[in-house]
Design a protein around this ligand. Structure first.
Ligand SMILES: Cc1ncc(COP(=O)(O)O)c(C=O)c1O
Length: 348
């Protein structure tokens, strides 16, 4: 489905998705109020629905995934604390060092595989202030990312996911999921999101990625956690007024854009196999579990990306010999065919 005027195929990210006309119509019709005063009915409906869907007591609608993570980290920690996450985690790599600037926390990085940590790695990464003669920071939060973006869209198996939460709890740590693409993980593993997140304290869910809403994330957790998070949202300047217009796009996405993500996954798998069959690329097919393909290139990735761009196809090079292709709502079957033809002509 491509509802905006472009002859280019945009594989750069699932964040490029634009609201469809039906979604725009839903936004147009949305009843709104002043969310800072707590009376926007559409925001309330979204928060309640997402909280129920994830088996949590309450939800908070915020402007972005970064804001949702920042509020969660700040709510879970105090200055001098330490957060454990994988070395590729978005909260560490791409959120402006918010954990340091906004939380006064340090990060203990885990050397996971494809962005996924093991319970043992988490156990050995948690350092507690108590009993360290005041040498250590206080490891108080474990943050997992599912799916893992830099891990290539990989997802945790449920047993490992549960065990990480159990280990964290045993060590007196809170747990947060960066679930920017958690519905992709749920579709790929067949585990429903409430079960997936059962043992975690908070989850950040993005609507402006594969789900196709223009703006917005919802943070869910216990009522007490969300009450604290609400204050941090205010202090971060994230209190907003007639946000129901945006919330209605997210409600629309829940109704219409979740199940269809299996199509993205199937297309990603075919694209990965197609690229891997060409001498220019190597793709670890085991990591292609959802909507992303990370490919190693023989020639510099920037040059390969340029060649595609000259043929109307956009993607990102991520390092000297690595590029990323992301499949989403607007990538059609014809786009996959055209990408295949261009790839075979350029690199076959
Ligand atoms: C895994 C992950 N978490 C968080 C974010 C942040 O989302 P936003 O760009 O809405 O701030 C992203 C963005 O791509 C992401 O990939």
């Amino acid at each position: 489905m491509r509802e905006y005027p472009s002859s280019r195929i945009d594989f750069r990210s699932d964040t490029v998705t634009q609201p469809t006309s039906a979604m725009r119509e839903a936004m147009h019709q949305a009843p709104v109020g002043d969310d800072v005063l707590g009376d926007d009915p559409t925001v309330i409906a979204l928060q309640d629905r997402v909280a129920a869907l994830f088996g949590k007591e309450a939800g908070l609608f915020v402007a972005s995934g970064t804001m949702s993570n920042a509020i969660a980290l700040r709510t879970h920690t105090v200055p001098g604390d330490e957060i454990v996450c994988d070395k590729t985690a978005h909260i560490y790599r791409y959120e402006g060092g918010g954990y340091a600037a906004l939380c006064g926390a340090s990060i203990a990085l885990v050397d996971g595989v494809s962005g996924l940590m093991t319970p043992e790695q988490v156990r050995s990464a948690v350092r507690k202030a108590e009993g360290s003669g005041s040498h250590y920071p206080n490891g108080s939060l474990v943050c997992v990312e599912n799916t893992s973006n830099l891990g290539g869209g990989s997802c945790y198996d449920q047993e490992t996911f549960d065990e990480i939460a159990r280990v964290a709890k045993t060590l007196g740590c809170s747990t947060h999921i960066d679930g920017a693409r958690i519905f992709n993980a749920s579709i790929a593993t067949g585990v429903d999101v409430a079960r997936m997140c059962e043992h975690y304290d908070s989850v950040s869910i993005c609507f402006s990625k594969g789900l196709g809403a223009p703006v917005g994330s919802v943070l869910v957790g216990s009522a007490a956690f969300i009450a604290k998070a609400h204050r941090w949202r205010k202090m971060f300047g994230g209190g907003w007024r007639q946000a129901g217009m945006l919330a209605s796009a997210c409600l629309y996405a829940l109704d219409h854009h979740v199940e269809r993500m299996s199509e993205d996954h199937e297309r990603a798998r075919r694209i990965a196999t197609m690229l891997n069959d060409l001498p220019m690329f190597t793709v670890d097919l085991n990591t292609v579990q959802t909507n992303m393909i990370y490919a190693q290139t023989v020639e510099p990735a920037a040059k390969v990306v340029e060649q595609y761009a000259a043929n109307g196809i956009d993607m990102f090079d991520l390092s000297e010999h690595r590029l990323r292709v992301v499949v989403h709502l607007h990538i059609t079957e014809e786009d996959v065919q055209r990408f295949t033809e261009v790839s075979q002509r350029l690199f076959g």
